[in-house]
Design a protein around this ligand. Structure first.
Ligand code: ATP
Ligand code: MG
Length: 228
């Protein structure tokens, strides 16, 4: 069930704590790496719900060929539809221009009562960049981070960088089954006429084919959408 601002209704029982996971990303397209990360994070930290939040399309890119926010949202919805503890959110795509993660978390913090705790889920690559995100100090005060291992990225190094920052981030590091899948590699496979079966949900694969996504050679991407 969704209430104001398209956010799920949780936190109703003031006597208990609720744990809301937020999985941010471009999701261009969403794939099993994202889904496994969210599911392992949900179980490791006892999250009540994981909200998948596709990043909006920056206004300055509207004249370029990018996968529309609506297509990215539709694929996110398809991929999460069968899991009652996952939800897709329009929150960022319905906002104009670049949405900073800190602004989204502030809005969520203001929206939910104090018994709802926020957990922002990332892979090892994204957590490594955290210091470059807009208002890192503000972020640290708003959420706990869950950082998952990802093939090709050194999570121990990421941890060292975060700890050396002097900012009081609360990061929980989790080891998850290694899936060397990226949206970039899926776009390249589709562009080259190759199969993407078993890399993402069947419904997402079907949607990519049906809508003819990722066929053009000159596709421009939404850059830096995770953590800004
Ligand atoms: P792109 O190749 O376009 O950058 P991506 O596969 O990295 O796409 P994003 O939408 O950029 O996907 O990432 C969203 C979040 O999911 C980030 O926090 C990223 O670290 C995490 N993530 C993506 N793929 C994996 C994976 N295979 N294992 C662990 N974490 C992942
Ligand atoms: Mg990425």
């Amino acid at each position: 069930m969704h209430e104001g601002q398209g956010l799920p209704a949780i936190g109703g029982d003031p006597a208990r704590e609720y744990r809301l996971g937020i999985m941010g990303g471009t999701f261009d397209p969403i794939h099993y790496g994202h889904l496994v990360t969210a599911e392992r994070a949900r179980e490791a930290l006892g999250l009540d719900l994981v909200l998948f939040m596709p990043a909006g399309t920056p206004a300055f890119k509207l004249d370029q060929k990018v996968t529309s926010a609506e297509d990215r949202y539709a694929m996110t919805l398809l991929a999460t539809a069968t899991n009652p503890l996952f939800d897709a959110s329009r929150f960022e795509i319905d906002r104009e221009g670049t949405t900073y993660t800190v602004d989204t978390l502030r809005a969520l913090r203001a929206h939910y009562p104090d018994n709802v705790k926020l957990f922002f889920i990332t892979g090892a690559d994204a957590i490594m960049d955290i210091l470059a995100w807009h208002d890192a100090e503000g972020l640290a005060s708003l959420t706990t981070f869950i950082a998952a291992t990802r093939p090709g990225y050194d999570i121990v190094r990421a941890q060292e960088i975060v700890e050396a920052s002097g900012i009081d981030f609360d990061v929980r590091y989790i080891e998850i089954p290694a899936l060397a899948i990226s949206s970039t590699s899926i776009r390249e496979l589709v562009r080259d006429g190759k199969s993407v079966r078993y890399l993402t949900a069947t419904a997402v694969e079907g949607y990519i084919r049906k809508m003819g996504l990722y066929r053009a050679e000159d596709i421009e991407r939404v850059e830096g959408a995770v953590g800004q």
